[in-house]
Ligand binder design. Structure first.
Ligand code: ATP
Length: 382
């Protein structure tokens, strides 16, 4: 990624383009979006159920959720491919419901690359600028900048059929951003690519976002993709946004079992609350193990479900205060981590992931381990 392309260097200075209003200055490029009480029905089925979401100018928001949760529906409403049944969508304070798709000026990238097969890479990327009747000199310059940003300069003269899947998707992204749109909508753009390629393009899109400053709305059902790329993640379930938060907060402090299970691997432990000191609760499992866990303010239940992420569970050679004994039911060497499943005395199973460090061997199945975690390693869900 050409990090050297600072925002101000990307600005098109020519007065005619500025006057045409088709390309905005880079400092203010991203739009603020306000989605208010949006409802979309298909017959009796409610695909978007009174969704509200405020997106800051230049923010990277990911819609994450299982299949059928309404992610694409919400994106389509923003794009103008579908009409709202109720509610409003404002872009920079102006309602857009009555603005047709082609006049919204958003960049869009989909899972299928949808490139023009008979045009070269450069011609594909130049297409939106030609449609906007931007002069040749500025078009050529902007296309060259954009190809460089997407590391495609060496492929400018190729046809899409001469490119790999990952390269074609980078062309589609270049075409979506060549006009430096206020908003870029991306619907599962990386899902057809293999894992390694997906991971490298995720980082490229993230860096690209920091360079051009557009507001990006990105749809995925891949939680690691969402965690890697987003400023905030909106988790969707059955037509609702069930939680919206920055990646680390969503992962560490989910508000429900659904979010805890959907984002990352989780151990969910049911326990009795036996003590309370501010946000730190003391809990007891059915087998009598006592431990502490952090909670948000205002939880006053007697029973609690506690989340402990697999990488937060420590292994001890011998019992230590607060540790529990557990029996190993499976142990796998995965390279950088060991993946160990254990069962506690009360039948509760736990997953542990611990780094592969010197002197640590895979424990035998059926062997005993001593495990534990601190209050800050666990989180009370309810
Ligand atoms: P996926 O990850 O599988 O793409 P999604 O979260 O994007 O799922 P949507 O495509 O938004 O989900 O669909 C939400 C729900 O609305 C689904 O149950 C789907 O079957 C339904 N739906 C979507 N489009 C239509 C349509 N045109 N007519 C009827 N039902 C639809």
């Amino acid at each position: 990624m050409a990090q050297t392309l600072a925002r101000r260097e990307l600005r098109l200075e020519t007065p005619e383009i500025q006057a045409a209003g088709t390309i905005r200055s880079q400092e203010s490029i991203g739009s603020g979006i306000s989605i208010r009480n949006v409802v979309k029905r298909y017959g009796n089925f409610v695909a978007a159920d009174r969704i509200s979401l405020d997106i800051k100018p230049g923010e990277f928001i990911t819609l994450l959720g299982p299949s059928g949760s309404g992610k694409t529906t919400l994106l389509n409403l923003l794009a103008g491919f579908q009409a709202l049944d109720e509610g409003q969508i404002l872009v920079d304070g102006a309602p857009i419901q009555n603005v047709p798709t082609h006049r919204r000026g958003f960049g869009m990238v989909f899972q299928s690359y949808a490139l023009f097969p008979n045009m070269t890479v450069a011609q594909n990327v130049a297409f939106p600028m030609r449609m906007a009747k931007i002069d040749r000199t500025n078009t050529d310059r902007r296309v060259a900048e954009t190809l460089e940003m997407m590391r495609l300069s060496d492929h400018a003269g190729k046809l899409p059929s001469q490119m790999s899947g990952g390269q074609q998707q980078r062309v589609a992204i270049a075409r979506a951003i060549v006009m430096r749109p206020r908003v870029v909508l991306m619907d599962e753009p990386l899902s057809a690519l293999d894992r390694r390629l997906r991971e490298s393009i995720q980082i490229e899109i993230r860096e690209l976002h920091q360079t051009i400053g557009s507001t990006i709305l990105f749809v995925t059902h891949d939680q690691s993709e969402a965690l890697t790329m987003s400023d905030r993640i909106a988790v969707m379930d059955a037509g609702h946004i069930v939680q919206i938060a920055p990646p680390a907060e969503l992962y560490r402090r989910p508000q429900s079992r659904f979010v805890a299970s959907f984002v990352g691997e989780s151990n969910l432990i049911d326990a009795q609350v036996i003590g309370r000191n501010g946000r730190i609760l003391t809990l007891r499992t059915p087998a009598g193990h006592v431990f502490e866990a952090e909670s948000r303010n205002g939880i006053h239940n007697d029973k609690a479900t506690v989340l402990v992420r697999p990488e937060r569970i420590a292994l001890h050679d011998a019992p230590v205060p607060g540790s529990m004994s557990a029996t190993v039911t499976s142990a796998l060497f995965l390279g950088e981590v060991l993946r160990i499943e254990v069962v506690l005395d009360d039948g509760q199973t736990l997953l542990i992931r611990c780094p592969d460090i010197a002197g640590r061997d895979l424990p035998p199945v059926g062997g005993q381990l001593h495990i534990g975690w601190g209050a800050a390693d666990s989180w009370v869900l309810s």
